[in-house]
Design a protein around this ligand. Structure first.
Ligand code: GNR
Ligand code: NI
Length: 175
């Protein structure tokens, strides 16, 4: 097997994170190599999900593993995902993002969804999601539209997070 690679993750504020990603037209070995690298990058971070645009690839591709600690790893791949149903019921979750290291805030989203996507083999699938899986897939699908979790917050909270991030970056640069 080809060796995998950990890719650099774009950190906000980076204009590339606002890109609307393009649909994939062929699920081939090149795409699978990208997904393998994304999975390794996500596990190394560590994170529970990663959208391709976070590693500067504007394709509609997501990797995810929402298995809890102590459970067997459960890597998942979503290509060209679409939400085909969402509950009226909303749920609030304290979200983070690998592109906003160590920043968290509450985001409200539909509690349950149904989605359609292509899997690692390029096969069309439909699936229901709730709990952390529903939170994460909606967070990742936002990335495909160039939308970040802070875009769901008030301007006051968004600006506070961006200021904290700039301060952390400044401290790291002067260390
Ligand atoms: O690792 C991640 N954790 C997380 C926690 C709560 C809600 C969403 C997420 S996704 C995030 C990884 C990431 O930035 N994916 O885009
Ligand atoms: Ni994110």
């Amino acid at each position: 097997m080809r060796s995998m690679a950990i890719l650099p993750i774009l950190i906000a504020p980076d204009a590339r994170l606002k890109t609307v990603s393009k649909p994939v037209d062929t699920v081939d070995d090149g795409l699978r190599a990208l997904m393998d690298d994304m999975l390794e990058t996500m596990y190394a971070a560590p994170g529970v999900g990663l959208a391709a645009i976070q590693v500067n690839v504007p394709k509609r591709v997501i990797v995810m593993d929402v298995a809890r600690e102590g459970e067997a790893p459960s890597p998942r791949f979503f290509i060209n995902p679409e939400i085909i149903w969402q509950s009226e019921e909303q749920a609030v979750f304290s979200e983070g993002c690998l592109s906003f290291p160590e920043m968290f805030d509450d985001v409200e989203r539909p509690a349950r969804i149904r989605l359609r996507y292509l899997d690692y083999a390029g096969k069309a699938r439909e699936e229901a999601a709730d709990g952390l899986f529903a939170v994460c897939i909606q967070h990742e699908m936002d990335h495909l539209e160039g939308v970040l979790f802070v875009d769901h917050l008030s301007r006051l909270k968004r600006d506070a997070i961006l200021r904290k991030l700039q301060k952390a970056r400044r401290l790291a640069a002067n260390a």
